[in-house]
Design a protein around this ligand. Structure first.
Ligand code: C2E
Ligand code: SIN
Ligand code: SIN
Ligand code: FE
Ligand code: FE
Length: 411
């Protein structure tokens, strides 16, 4: 039975999230809490299919042990009557199924038991609702699985639960559309640099940002930081990390597009992108802009002080174009910069670059290990390796090719 007293706070909370991925995670966490539900998924309608964007499963997560996280699942469903989520998206109405294993054969939709078989999990009760915007367009689907009574026993969702969820979906739709708008504006901003720099692609930006969030979360768990603080910082960091190289917009094409190694002089000019990026966010108007400036400025600093641009001259509203001789060192470098440094190098080495070959995974991981304590903060490196399986599952979510995610059932 839904705990209605939790809903008003959840509505306020999701209204404060800026980043789309962080928002979807937060929505799912809230709806599971309403019903003390064991599991759930959230899908978005993208390119006329339903893409799974977030899954939680307490039982499977607990099997991993403490402080571990499930890897991301990437698949899509056609928007038609054959799957449960597809049916809800196609028809814009919710489905409340007491037991997915007792569905009448005459129904158009069927439960796909394959994911359960693979993970040795048993889905029983399932409530699936459409996220519909004010133009009556379905933009996504929320699916909550295995509601639990206070005793822990799995119970069906009630009719009242279904109504409450449909109401909550109205607030969720508003928050999702706002976060999609923010995401699109940022991707377009980044694409101005991308049009010129063949290395700065949409998928690269999304991967670096998504990896940074995972590393930050694990680092913070390792330090038992307060959960509320982690949630807030994750949201700021996700967007700030997307903008780490936005300063490349001010670097000449001759250098950005050079299909060979840079000369020393060219590299000196290239290094200005850190300062140029920070200047875009000078006189920050929000915590998000403050972090965006911080990340742009410090993502090429190194733990041992051999990075750039170092302690630059700051005048009111203006950053000097002249970098210091010496880089920032250790904890002088903001955590956000230390984290994005690793996320950026990991992605640069595992992706094609116009000036060099792609590296094999072993070589990339050895390089990162060897540079822990010199280039990278050892604690950040540790968090990265703890989350490596999750980070690799994110790479599948943002592939360089235009192909969408694999379809779970044939189109
Ligand atoms: P990027 O390609 O996104 O690379 C980001 C960072 O990944 C680099 O920062 C560097 O720390 C690391 N990285 C990239 N490739 C390698 C590599 O082959 N080995 C190692 N150990 N690390 C690597 P960095 O050096 O400050 O470069 C910043 C940006 O400057 C690069 O961003 C890229 O856009 C450009 N760049 C750097 N070197 C070259 C080059 O030789 N040719 C061209 N055309 N561009 C370069
Ligand atoms: C669905 O059929 O709605 C979801 C697919 C699944 O997880 O089984
Ligand atoms: C934090 O320290 O919790 C946020 C990241 C930063 O300081 O840049
Ligand atoms: Fe950079
Ligand atoms: Fe980059």
């Amino acid at each position: 039975m839904v705990q209605t007293d939790l809903i008003p706070r959840a509505i306020l909370d999701i209204g404060e999230v800026n980043d789309l991925d962080i928002l979807l995670e937060r929505i799912l966490t809230h709806v599971r809490r309403f019903f003390n539900a064991d599991a759930g998924s959230i899908y978005l309608v993208e390119n006329n299919v339903l893409n799974i964007r977030y899954t939680q499963n307490e039982t499977l997560r607990n099997r991993l042990g403490p402080d571990r996280k499930l890897v991301y699942t990437t698949f899509s469903l056609p928007i038609d009557d054959r799957s449960i989520a597809g049916y809800v998206a196609a028809n814009g109405r919710s489905l409340n199924i007491p037991d997915v294993h007792q569905l009448d054969d005459s129904l158009p939709y069927h439960f796909n038991g394959e994911p359960d078989r693979i993970s040795a999990y048993k889905t029983s009760s399932m409530l699936t609702v459409a996220i519909t915007n004010q133009q009556a367009k379905v933009i996504g689907v929320m699916q909550i699985i295995n509601a639990r009574a206070g005793t822990g026993e799995i119970i069906p969702f009630t009719t009242a639960d279904e109504s409450q969820m449909n109401l909550f979906a109205v607030s969720a739709a508003l928050a999702v559309e706002r976060a999609q708008l923010t995401r699109n504006v940022i991707m377009r901003l980044v694409s101005m640099a991308e049009m010129r720099d063949p290395n700065e692609t949409g998928p690269h930006i999304n991967r670096v940002a998504a990896y940074a969030v995972e590393i930050y979360e694990q680092y913070s768990w390792n330090r038992s930081r307060p959960r509320e603080e982690i949630e807030k910082q994750k949201d700021l960091l996700r967007i700030a990390a997307m903008l780490h190289d936005v300063g490349k917009i001010g670097i000449s094409d001759l250098i950005l597009k050079k299909p060979a190694r840079l000369t020393a002089d060219e590299y000196e000019i290239m290094k200005m992108h850190a300062i140029l990026g920070a200047r875009i966010f000078h006189q920050p108007q929000s915590e998000f802009e403050t972090m965006a400036a911080e990340v742009a400025l410090t993502h090429h600093e190194k733990w041992d002080g051999s990075g750039y641009p170092g302690d630059i001259v700051r005048q009111p509203g203006f950053f000097s174009m002249k970098a210091a001789n010496r880089g920032l060192k250790g904890e002088q470098i903001p955590l956000s910069g230390r984290i994005v440094a690793l996320a950026d190098v990991y992605d640069a080495l595992t992706s094609p670059r116009c000036y060099k070959e792609i590296w094999k995974e072993d070589r990339v991981l050895t390089e990162i290990k060897n540079n822990s304590g010199t280039h990278f903060d050892p604690e950040v490196t540790k968090a990265f390796f703890t989350r490596l399986d999750v980070i690799k599952s994110l790479a599948e979510r943002f592939p360089d090719t235009a192909n969408g995610p694999p379809l779970l059932i044939d189109p």
